[in-house]
Every structure is written in C-alpha cells, then in structure tokens.
Unconditional design. Structure first.
Length: 88
C-alpha cells in the first residue's frame, strides 16, 4: 500500500476540484481526503496502490473543466490506514 500527499496550486478552488478528485479517487479505489487550504491550494491525501496514485496524480495535473492547475507537488508518506474518501 502506498500513501501520498499532493498539494495542487492554481485556480483550483470554486471549480468543483475536490468533488472531481473524490470521484476519481473512488473510481481508483483510493482512500483519503481532499480539502481546500487557506492559501488557495487544494491538499489531497490518498492511499492505495502506487499505480492508482500515479493515475490520480495525472488527473490532478488536469483537474476538472474550469480549473487551471499550475503545479502539483507530491510527498510520499508512511501508510496511514485511511478509510473512505472525503472532501473537507
């Protein structure tokens, strides 16, 4: 099991980015959360297979229609034993 935190910057709040991320994560059978940060970024914490994390990262680099992604930074973490996938 792999776990990673992604920080996504650009025009990523107010464009259904978290909801789209949740839909992708559920499709990929990932667990974790997506939340808005005060500095305008979105933080995504996800756990599952490395292949699924890579697919999620590819989606994060595009985002939903209306988003403009400038940068995605990935930080690999220790396994967290997360449950479900939530937006916060």
């Amino acid at each position: 099991m792999a776990c990673a935190r992604f920080h996504v910057s650009g025009h990523v709040q107010g464009v259904s980015f978290r909801a789209g991320t949740r839909a992708q994560a559920l499709r990929l059978r990932l667990r974790g959360h997506a939340r808005n940060l005060r500095d305008g970024r979105v933080e995504v914490l996800a756990e599952g297979s490395e292949e699924a994390l890579q697919q999620l990262e590819q989606w994060l680099r595009q985002g939903p229609i209306g988003a403009r992604v400038d940068e995605v930074v990935r930080e690999d973490l220790e396994e967290q034993a997360l449950q479900g996938f939530y937006t916060r």
